[in-house]
Design a protein around this ligand. Structure first.
Ligand code: SF4
Ligand code: SF4
Ligand code: SF4
Length: 272
């Protein structure tokens, strides 16, 4: 039964958030929204412990498609970082602000970059590409993320400062165009650098929140040094080039771990 502890904890966390927001915001949507996400994520974890090969992908599709298609396209919520700035500036505690607070700002203190492994609709597509493990050395262009972060903030600030009318509609189209750009850039970079997750490593503005917060993550992969034989297999399968055998918080690329568990699956000694 011990192996079902993690899916159970995940479901409990999300149900607590769902009920708390439902009651405090007096809006049943939050009960539905966070229950759905919690059930999807715990189902993915449950399938993982039952050794189903595509467990992570199931969760990624259930959550990613829900956010992209239902919340984004049908409900018209900009769930990207521009939507976060928009709702933050208007002072409205809406889906995008709550989503960012739970999944990308405070949540990573608990579950690190689980969002990037199990829910992101951009990575949901990028993970289909052929370079699951990078085939070229890492580039020193991670600074681009700060540029895209600044551009998103300046774009939304400019709309407010210029008192542009009908911002809501602009935000809807910004969501569609922004996603199209993300997918196009993500796919081009994946092929150019032979690395499916190149977009995540160098471009994604959300990592400006995700990286520092996940540094303190409670949930992280640890290495049992007494079992490890230094075969290096875990590092060979890692899509984010994390030195997972180093247990310190300062491990190489430690804030990039997406908790995909590929290293755990590949370890011949069960050390992770
Ligand atoms: S780094 Fe950005 S694009 Fe990549 S999975 Fe995380 S949120 Fe999605
Ligand atoms: S392979 Fe291991 S260290 Fe690398 S991202 Fe996945 S869980 Fe993290
Ligand atoms: S795969 Fe396992 S045994 Fe090999 S280096 Fe990694 S943790 Fe150690």
């Amino acid at each position: 039964m011990k192996k079902y502890f993690l899916p159970f904890i995940m479901l409990t966390i999300f149900e607590t958030v769902a009920v708390a927001l439902w009651l405090t915001q007096d809006n049943i949507f939050y009960l539905f929204n966070f229950s759905y996400i919690g059930i999807s994520l715990s189902l993915g974890m449950l399938l993982y412990v039952r050794k189903y090969k595509y467990a992570r992908r199931v969760a990624q599709f259930l959550v990613g498609l829900y956010m992209l298609v239902y919340l984004g396209l049908i409900c018209g919520e900009n769930m990207q970082i521009e939507g976060f700035w928009y709702y933050l500036f208007t002072g409205v505690f809406e889906a995008a602000t709550i989503h960012y607070a739970v999944a990308k700002i405070f949540g990573p203190l608990l579950f690190g970059r689980g969002w990037c492994g199990y829910a992101c609709w951009t990575a949901m597509v990028l993970d289909f590409l052929p370079y699951k493990v990078p085939e070229t050395p890492r580039k020193k262009i991670g600074w681009i993320r700060y540029l895209t972060f600044a551009i998103s903030l300046i774009f939304v600030s400019a709309l407010f400062l210029a008192h542009v009318g009908n911002i809501e509609k602009i935000m809807f189209w910004a969501f569609i165009i922004g996603n199209a750009i993300y997918y196009a850039v993500g796919i081009i970079l994946a092929f150019a650098f032979k690395d499916n997750r190149a977009f995540c490593k160098y471009i994604c503005p959300v990592t400006v929140f995700l990286k520092p917060m996940s540094y303190f993550s409670l949930l992280r992969i640890e290495c049992d040094k007494s079992k490890c034989v230094s075969c290096g297999k875990c590092r060979k399968v890692c899509p984010m080039e994390v030195d997972v055998t180093d247990n310190s918080r300062k491990r190489k690329n430690g804030t990039e771990c997406i908790l995909c568990f590929e290293c755990v699956k590949s370890c011949p000694k069960g050390a992770l």
